[in-house]
Design a protein around this ligand. Structure first.
Ligand code: ASP
Length: 341
């Protein structure tokens, strides 16, 4: 009872600060990454382009659902829109590794079957979410990485591209700034910059994308796609493609996609922990999301956000960073998009 009251208070307090939206009657929730998203960082034109992209992704997913598509198909359609838009850190627009490469991760989970698929460290799959779906639907495995994942995706009919397709000047400059800072830190004898959380380096974390959809059959699916974190070590895999960490879906509890400093979401098995709080404690998506984002992840020093949607259409978008690109669509097609607190 005490912990229930405590979490109610927590939810109420945080709602006042605008770090969470909770609603019912939703069929899709979406994020475009959490991070240093402040009104001072965007001019009105830039803000409008983000809002338009998020709206287009939600509308695309919604139209698929309305046409009777499965939740997996709707998630794929929404994520495609953001992967193809260089504003987001997924597909085209992915950030660079320390060695100047784009190594992307993606995952999908089907809440009706608990089947899942993921790819990690891929550099040639144009839409990494397609690679993840191919692994789920056409292989005996859950996760494939690197060249093996790319070869399999190519054979499964997924579009492959030259790695140069993913180059964007903006992300390249972000890497150059991070490398300059690395050498400055090295000069000062401080080798910690590569592992510092985004509280110190907020520019490193920005723009991962994820969606959860609820289809007309009442089934959930969740997907996440990312370039990871600027200046990450080659071969680093984050939480996004790890089933139960950055992505999870189960019709019996909810669908979840996370964004933030991935190592902390992996160490707390964030998505599955939230689902377990719903399953074993009877918590709502709001209570479970807040427990992770307000207590469990910050207790280790991490931050970020998560989106949750249950099979009755109850949704929660929660984050503890300055902002998170996010939105949802209700059953009647009404789209809501937000960036800041
Ligand atoms: N969670 C992602 C990762 O650690 C990054 C992000 O969400 O921005 O790879």
């Amino acid at each position: 009872m005490r912990s229930f009251l405590l979490s109610l208070l927590l939810v109420a307090g945080v709602l006042l600060q605008g770090r969470s939206q909770q609603f019912s009657g939703a069929v899709m929730v979406l994020h475009g990454g959490a991070g240093n998203i402040l009104p001072s960082e965007f001019n009105p034109a830039q803000e409008a382009t983000y809002r338009e992209a998020l709206t287009l992704a939600l509308r695309t997913g919604y139209e698929r659902l309305k046409a009777g598509a499965s939740s997996v198909e709707a998630v794929q359609a929404a994520i495609h829109v953001l992967e193809d838009n260089p504003l987001f850190n997924a597909g085209k627009g992915s950030v660079f590794t320390h060695d100047g490469k784009n190594e992307m991760d993606a995952a999908i989970m089907d809440g009706s079957t608990l089947k899942a698929g993921a790819v990690a460290d891929v550099s040639r799959i144009r839409n990494p979410i397609d690679g993840a779906i191919a692994v789920m639907q056409r292989s005996r495995h859950v996760m494939l990485v690197g060249p093996g994942a790319e070869a399999f995706a190519g054979k499964a009919g997924v579009t492959l591209v030259d790695p140069s397709y993913f180059f964007t000047e903006k992300r390249w400059q972000e890497l150059q700034r991070a490398l300059a800072r690395d050498s400055l830190d090295a000069l000062k004898g401080d080798s910690s910059s590569a592992v510092l959380p985004p509280v110190e380096h907020p520019e490193l974390m920005f723009g991962t994308v994820g969606a959860v959809a609820l289809d007309q059959q009442g089934h959930l699916a969740a997907g996440t796609s990312t370039g990871g974190i600027t200046d990450k070590m080659n071969g680093r895999v984050g939480d996004s493609p790890i089933i139960g960490a950055g992505t999870y879906a189960d019709d019996a509890t909810c669908g979840i996609s996370c964004t933030g400093w991935g190592e902390y979401f992996m160490r707390t098995v964030a998505a599955k922990t939230a689902a377990d709080l719903i399953r074993f404690k009877g918590w709502t998506v709001g209570q479970a999301g807040h427990a992770l984002i307000d207590s469990i992840i910050p207790a280790l020093g991490g931050d970020g956000g998560m989106i949750l949607l249950d099979a009755r259409g109850n949704g929660c978008l929660v984050f503890d960073t300055p902002g998170m690109f996010r939105g949802w669509v209700s059953r009647d097609g009404k789209i809501s998009v937000l960036m800041y607190r």
